[in-house]
Design a protein around this ligand. Sequence first.
Ligand SMILES: Nc1nc2c(c(=O)[nH]1)N[C@@H](CN(C=O)c1ccc(C(=O)N[C@@H](CCC(=O)O)C(=O)O)cc1)CN2
Length: 289
Amino acid sequence: MIETRLIDGKAFAETLRARIASDVTAFHAATGVKPGLAVVLVGEDPASSVYVRNKGRQTLEAGMASFEHKLPAETSQDEVLALIATLNADSSVHGILVQLPLPGHIDAQAVLATIDPAKDVDGFHVVNAGRLAVGLEALVPCTPLGCVMLLKDTLGSLAGLEAVVVGRSNIVGKPLAQLLLREDCTVTIAHSRTRDLPGVCRRADILIGAVGRPEMIRGDWIKPGATVIDVGINRITGADGKNRLVGDVAFEEAQGIAGAITPVPGGVGPMTIACLLANTLTAARRLVG
Ligand SMILES: Nc1nc2c(c(=O)[nH]1)N[C@@H](CN(C=O)c1ccc(C(=O)N[C@@H](CCC(=O)O)C(=O)O)cc1)CN2
């Protein structure tokens, strides 16, 4: 029986944030500029409010300037676009992030397209998506970037490994596939319409769950010894009536089969904000020259 190693994203993210904080100090000393991150939240979605609060706190802890813009749910799309135009023109702002999901009356693509690609620290603008796809320097989406950091820390070189990404979202699945390709993996993007999904998953040396369905990936879908990265954060009500977080992978079933796995919580999630800080520093360096 394989002993499954736990990939501790929380600890990795803490170390990364400490390194970013010391890089921010050096950058400030050299240029007199403090990297600034503006976060826009529209509405009061409880999970989004927590994430935005954590982003603000961790931005300040890293020695950066934090600008929070909390707008009521009924804010019009034009008002959001006008705020982004102001942030684009503000030289104290090096990174702009609009928290997703947005209320239904706002077109997320129109909002993301308005962000200056040089300040697009989420990496969701089509210019950054396109630059990533053709192998140019880009701002890269935070969650996929965090996944690849954890994978390289666990496995070293990823070259030649078979990677299966279950999920094809613009935020995680597609950019993660691009990043794994950049690491010389052989990449398959699987999804709900994939034929024989369990069989496709069983080919994977690296298996990524990024589909947003609680515990959909079962233990017997995992190749023995594979490294499993679980991007899913699903809130479910257990048999005891209590709410808890689970990933897209049946974590208990993976024990003794996977070589290594990220837990939920404490795996990929904390890497998202750490990589956001890394991207903000990167954007500030490029903007300040
Ligand atoms: N503009 C963006 N919107 C959203 C993104 C994003 O990257 N950019 N990602 C998610 C939410 N998110 C950050 O915004 C995020 C999700 C989860 C975590 C995290 O640390 N999760 C913890 C569990 C926290 C909990 O109890 O809920 C963990 O997994 O350990 C951080 C950030 C959607 N929107």
